[in-house]
Design a protein around this ligand. Sequence first.
Ligand SMILES: C[S@@+](CC[C@H](N)C(=O)[O-])C[C@H]1O[C@@H](n2cnc3c(N)ncnc32)[C@H](O)[C@@H]1O
Length: 382
Amino acid sequence: MQLSIKYDAKGIKELSIAGEVETDEETAILLKYINDCLEERFNIVFLDANIVNKIIIDRLYMLQEYHQSEIHVNKQYLYAYLHKLGILCKYVNRGRRKSEGLNENSLEFEYKLSNEEVYSFLLDIYRIYGYDYTNYQIDSIMRRIKISMLRQGSVNFNDFKTAVINDESLFEQMFINFSINTTEFFRDPEVFAEIRESILPYLDSFTHIKIWCAGCSSGQEPYSLAILLDEMNMLDKVQIYATDINPYVIQEAKNGLYPLAGVEKQINNYRMAQGCKGFMEYFKLRGNYMEISEKLKKNILFFQHSLVGSGILNEFQLILCRNVLIYLEPILQKNILANFYDSLDLSGFLILGKSEGILNNNGGELFYSHQQPDKKIYRKKN
Ligand SMILES: C[S@@+](CC[C@H](N)C(=O)[O-])C[C@H]1O[C@@H](n2cnc3c(N)ncnc32)[C@H](O)[C@@H]1O
């Protein structure tokens, strides 16, 4: 991270931040700069950051509420994140090419990418950046490449490919576009009701319980589990590993800040999952966003981990991997299911997404359905 202070054309002080704010030390330096600027009106500009931590968000909220500072953001991901938390900011779009006249439909029409050229591009990405997308569903990846081209204002696949291979920040934007992070608290509430009714009572006989939430996105799924465990008085003996390939959603999950907008749906999910308190009791209200309670955070370890190539995690009694396999080719689904088998303890549970299953992947050799098959809850065969 690098900080600089200058005055804009209107004579307003501007604090610019280059790079991501990654460490506690960098956060402390940024806060000190902000404090030193408070004497006069100033604006703050994030040039490269895709995400910021909770301490900085709280400070941005304070600056906006009490100091009338404008927040300018150059990266779409951070802009969308701050916006959904109700922190007003301007998308400044510095240093990018224009893409007027293009839209997803026109791009769809113009580009007929072949499977071979996309595959060769994915191999280059794997070789250079270490992320293996070669066995993700090709149609979905193709569409995401086209969206990335559109956002970069690029009209030629070969030019785009060369640019991404040579410029890590362009890869970073494409990586973000590859990631579909849709999630919510108590998604598919009947599955959480089943966890509450038939899985947790069984796991309660263990003295220590390890749960892996693989592909946890911005954290709503592991926090939903933590709420269930808290209501069953089991939280203290549980360690939840919550992992995702995408480091930006992992930081969102660690922040534990969620928009108030749309909370009714999550409250309804919680009720349908047979939640026995008030959903909002688990949050502190801050402006337009809400902050998850600290007691739910302390037994969750969030970290970046890819199901393709980051190595195996072991000795879990329960693994949730919901709405992740659906984006992968069958060969990769099969490998991941075999890894989950190895990662589970004897008779451990595996939960997949409602539209996923093990049957097309020879998973029946490794797992069997627990209760009704439509809940996609399985048990390891011993
Ligand atoms: C649609 S979200 C599902 C979130 C949550 N499990 C749910 O069902 O609400 C899929 C998540 O899988 C993550 N993902 C995709 N490929 C992955 C991989 N190879 N390893 C780990 N996570 C991955 C994405 O980054 C994304 O956050």
